[in-house]
Design a binder for this molecule. Sequence first.
Ligand code: COI
Length: 356
Amino acid sequence: GSPVKRDATLSDTYVTETSELADLDWDNLGFGFQPTDYMYFMKSTKDGFFSKGELQRFGNIELNPSAGVLNYGQGLFEGLKAYRKQDGSILLFRPEENALRMQMGAERMCMHAPTVEQFVEGVKIAVLANKRWVPPMGKGSLYIRPLLMGSGAVLGLAPAPEYTFLVYVCPVGNYFKEGLAPINLVVETEVHRATPGGTGGVKTIGNYASVLKAQTAAKAKGYTDVLYLDSIHKKYLEEVSSCNLFIVKDNTILTPAVEGTILPGITRKSIIDVARSQGFKVEERLVSVEELLDADEVFCTGTAVVVSPVGSITYHGERVTYGNNGVGIVSQQLYASLTRLQMGLTEDKMNWTMEL
Ligand code: COI
């Protein structure tokens, strides 16, 4: 793409340029790629800092075939959403948390990372430049995908000498084809997503490529997705391919503790706080597959999946169902609380939203 403006600022220029709603079937958004107008692009310099970024027309990017990301998987991604409020203004949800998580991941992967301010600035600029792609309230959200990649050339195994931070956006609706209906998971007993000491706890691109085989096999058998177990005992819950997992038993909510093998989800963390504020007891600890099978309700959380109720779990060929395949009361309540907050329909007592 070609640069449209060297010193990208939060000026009204982009806002007025793109204030109309894009021509899209807003009632039928799924979670798929949709080209938008602009992307934000920023490169690191030799001393390991990022210089000022710029907006470019959305399009293909150029990479050296020897780039660290292409050869050795030196890449991280993030995911966050912008919602349109009833009055047309736009809210971001906890973007600093994504910035901090990218910094953690960059430390693990030996990459240079943007500062929190640079990250949030890039996200804001990308969203404002693509304002016409933010769905009307109630129709979905604008999914924001920040990438960090080793773009400098390496041949021998080493950290790349240069990094590129890029932010693109896509309007999205529900992640799973089930929509808001409960999903069906299968517990994977052979393949593991992460190992202690590995990179399971950071949002590196390789963690996602490595689950595609199990996910593809599960989908071919009619399941929505896969639930992974710990690789040592093979009995404690970790996470689903693209989201964290919670179980509800009586008035207690359980979720696997973040100990380096599961992704520290921002929706996960937010749901824990929301649930506690509503009087639920929430425990972050080892959760066994037996407890899962004995639960009253099960749900997944993630930026993309939001709060997705689980209707059934299949473990070693045995299928356990929850709540008569309906949406559990606790899942429903937490989903409503979180999304109302994200859309600016309830007072933001947590100070989690950022208005653009
Ligand atoms: C997200 O929920 O934002 C993610 O990054 C998960 C991805 C696999 C869609």
